[in-house]
Structures are given as C-alpha cells and as structure tokens.
Design a binder for this molecule. Structure first.
Ligand code: ZN
Length: 292
C-alpha cells in the first residue's frame, strides 16, 4: 500500500508476468541499452531468459476523503485477446482481491478509466442473466468524452468494429446506457476537492491522467502515458498502438515534467514491481525512482 497525505493507494493485481518480446515493443533498443540498464531491468521489468517485457495489469484503489475510487479496470475474466495469449481467457480472483483490499463492489463510489482500451475497462461490467450490467452498482463511472466518441465511431464502422475486441460494447456502452457515466472532455477539469483530470492524448485520443492531492502531498495516475520504465529514460519510445504517435510523445514529456516538478507519487498502469514511484529530472532527461 502507498500513502500520500491522508490518502491510501492499493494496487489490485489482475496479472503480472512476461508479455511481449522486448524488441517487439521497443525495436529501438540496442545491446548498449541492455548493457546499461540490465542491472535494474531483470527480474521485475524484463524476463532475460525469454527476452520478454514484464508488465503488470492492475487497478489502483484510491481511498481519499471517505471515498473509494477505482482507477482502471483491467482485462476482465474469460475474454479473448488475439495476439495477447498472456491476457487471454483469464480467470483471476480480481473482485476477491479488491474486497480483501477493503472495497466490495457496492462500496466503490467512483470508477475512473484513464482511457478506453480493452485492458482498462474489463471489470466495468459483468454478465448477469445474459446482460452486461455495471459491476459497481453504486458508482459513477468517469470516462473521457473524446475516447467515447472515437471508439463509438470505430464500433459503428462495420469495417473496423467491434471496437477494442468487443470490450467497448460489453464494458463501456452498457455503462452509458444505464446512465452511470460522467463524460469529461479536454484540458484540465476539476472532479472534486482532491482530483483534477488532465488530458494526455496520443495513446488514445482522449487519454487522461488523474492528479490527486491530499494535505499538500500529491499523486498522479498516468494510465498508459508510459508502459515501461525504459520510456522514462527514452520518452521518444512509443509502445505500439497509438492513435497519434507524435502526440503520445508530447504527452509523455509533459507528464514526466509534471511528475518531476511536483514530486508526486506516480502510479502507472503496467509498470512492474514496485509498481509506483517517483520521477527525477536529470541533466539530459528523466530517471525513475522506483526502488524495488
Ligand atoms: Zn493498457
């Protein structure tokens, strides 16, 4: 568990392990990079034997001001993820882990998705009597409007849909139809006394980050602004699949600057152990302070 001010942040694990070949994610990576960073890459961020990147899929449970807030909702169980065998057909006790961390589904006040990719919306809904219904019945769901618009258009296009491996229809549309969603768009948006939503587009058109403050201490939930700590050293390296690669790089630099300047606790969506940390500015860039 992590703390800042009076707030606590608990990681709710779905899966954590080897995923894509490192050089498939980052073809720019050289032998020199492996030599320079090898001492911290393995074992938490890289499986050296299989040459695979180690990534986590998790939610963050933020408890602040008497509210229980769930940030990003992972892949979900029993879903097919073509090209991603490590995230396919999962059967994890995710909701039990969430309950063990102090939140049963009906206790969640707010669900916030940094963006609407399939690995961030999976537990938004559950199938009950053949219908997709909200998993968290008393929660408001905060979605980015530009993402809702973008994936709605893809989903409606027979040549491209269904969007996000069907998860847009199963995990986002039902929340909209039940009237449980609050859509936020563009720029900085204050959600409540503690939370500001800021746009960080590029990985998806409506990708947002959540900046949180408690008693003068800060945290920022960055979703997929970077997936792996190598991108802190190399902000120009994009993870594959971006709506706008150049915009993704610009957002990464903007958020790295914010993290370094604010000293915030940084909580990414997929970085390996210890999963959260801080960012330092260096003479020629940035470096992560994520002591395992
Ligand atoms: Zn993701």
């Amino acid at each position: 568990m992590f703390k800042f001010g009076d707030a606590t942040v608990t990681r709710i694990e779905e899966v954590y392990g080897p995923t894509y070949p490192m050089l498939q994610l980052f073809p720019e990576m050289t032998e020199e990079d492996f030599a320079k960073h090898g001492h911290w890459l393995a074992p938490h961020h890289y499986d050296a034997e299989q040459k695979l990147a180690k990534l986590s899929v998790h939610s963050w449970l933020l408890q602040i001001g008497g509210k229980k807030i769930l940030i990003d909702c992972c892949c979900g169980n029993n879903k097919q993820k073509p090209g991603r065998p490590f995230w396919t057909d999962l059967n994890t006790p995710y909701l039990e882990r969430l309950a063990a961390a102090g939140a049963r589904p009906e206790e969640i006040d707010i669900v916030m998705c940094t963006h609407l990719h399939h690995d961030h919306v999976g537990w938004n809904t559950q199938q009950r009597d053949g219908k997709w219904v909200p998993t968290f019945p008393n929660a408001r769901y905060v979605f980015s409007k530009p993402d809702v618009d973008y994936f709605s258009a893809i989903d409606a296009d027979p040549k491209q849909g269904p969007a996000e491996l069907g998860t847009f229809r199963e995990c986002v549309v039902p929340i909209l139809e039940y009237g449980k969603a609050d859509l936020v768009s563009g720029g900085a948006h204050r959600l409540n006394d503690f939370i500001e939503i800021d746009s960080a587009p590029g990985h998806s058109p409506g990708h947002v980050v959540f900046k949180v403050e408690s008693n003068g201490e800060k945290a920022v939930f960055i979703g997929d602004v970077w997936h792996h700590l190598m991108q802190v050293y190399r902000p120009e390296w994009n993870f594959p699949k971006n709506s706008d690669p150049e915009q993704a790089r610009a957002s990464r630099r903007k958020i790295l600057d914010h993290c370094a300047a604010s000293g915030a606790l940084v909580c990414p969506g997929h970085v390996g152990l210890p999963f959260a940390g801080r960012i330092e500015k260096t003479q020629d860039g940035y470096k992560p302070d994520f002591p395992a």
